[in-house]
Design a protein around this ligand. Structure first.
Ligand SMILES: Nc1ccn([C@@H]2O[C@H](COP(=O)(O)OP(=O)(O)OP(=O)(O)O)[C@@H](O)[C@H]2O)c(=O)n1
Ligand SMILES: C[C@](O)(CO)[C@H](O)COP(=O)(O)O
Length: 249
């Protein structure tokens, strides 16, 4: 039997930095909710077996009716409530998918994920057991001290901005989560940190894309709108070309 892959798509955040009434994962881009685009990508990915969708208790029904059923995202196996912090939501996702080989943890607020990225991440996780997608930093990065002065300038070739999906062998991520939950935790902002703290497995960096941004503040929505508009236009053009070809031959 082949290896089983599960996507845990996170949509249980409040989106405080976005400052909109509607949570950012449900705002509309080109007529569809932000969350729809990443679900569609996992749905269309041939080797992806299932999706666990994690959302707020109050949004479970909306997600089922207005997203999963409406757009026929048939790979969604479960829609479950998340937790207070992002890593709590990931943990709930892990508990919901106990019989899988690889987990692809993805922010539902990152609609520009592509199948190319998923392919690269899958190849890397099969080799290393843990990987995160990201992009080399285009800017020079400074580390500040507590007074706001520069304390360090890391070499730019070694600095990456990380994105999602962050992909792991199920057992590695599950075990790391169980262990950190027994300890006092510092702020955990991504999945790789949980595994890094264990030190049992090195996390490989895999090329994502500069377009794979997270919708965090209002200007991100404008950028995403432009990128998605162009992508959808190209997708429709391709479809039309194929239809014309099939009519003419
Ligand atoms: N308790 C949480 C917090 C976040 N997320 C999800 O994790 C992704 C990335 O988190 P972030 O951008 O920080 O989202 P929010 O927590 O919603 O935003 P903010 O920090 O501005 O409130 C989002 O898809 C968000 O819905 C989640 O599922 N559960
Ligand atoms: C996981 C993540 O998207 C990687 O960039 C990011 O760290 C989430 O952080 P946030 O504080 O929840 O925005």
């Amino acid at each position: 039997m082949g290896e089983k892959c599960t996507a845990i798509v996170l949509a249980a955040g409040q989106g405080k930095r976005m400052k909109t009434k509607i949570q950012k994962q449900f705002l509309s881009i080109q007529g569809h909710p932000v969350l729809y685009y990443s679900l569609r990508c996992f749905q269309e990915c041939e080797w992806m077996d299932e999706i666990i969708l994690v959302t707020g208790q109050e949004s479970l029904e909306y997600c089922r009716k207005e997203i999963v059923e409406k757009y026929q995202i048939t790979k969604v196996a479960k829609i479950i409530p998340g937790g207070k912090e992002r890593y709590d939501s990931v943990y709930q996702g892990l508990l919901a998918c106990a019989d899988t080989d690889y987990v692809f943890v993805h922010d539902g607020a990152r609609p520009m994920i592509t199948e190319d990225i998923l392919d690269r991440a899958f190849a890397a996780v099969r080799e290393c057991g843990a990987c995160v997608v990201g992009v080399p930093s285009k800017d020079t990065v400074k580390v500040a001290d507590s007074e706001g002065y520069v304390s360090e300038t890391p070499s730019r070739e070694l600095v990456w901005n990380v994105q999602t999906p962050q992909v792991f062998s199920y057992n590695i991520l599950r075990e790391a989560h169980e262990n950190i939950r027994k300890r006092k935790m510092h702020l955990i902002t991504d999945d790789a940190m949980v595994v890094e703290q264990e030190g049992r497995c090195k996390v490989k960096l895999v090329l994502g894309s500069y377009e794979n941004i997270k919708i965090t503040t209002p200007e991100d929505l404008e950028i995403a709108d432009i990128i998605i508009k162009n992508r959808e236009f190209r997708k429709n053009e391709e479809k039309q070309k194929k239809t014309c070809k099939s009519i003419l031959t």
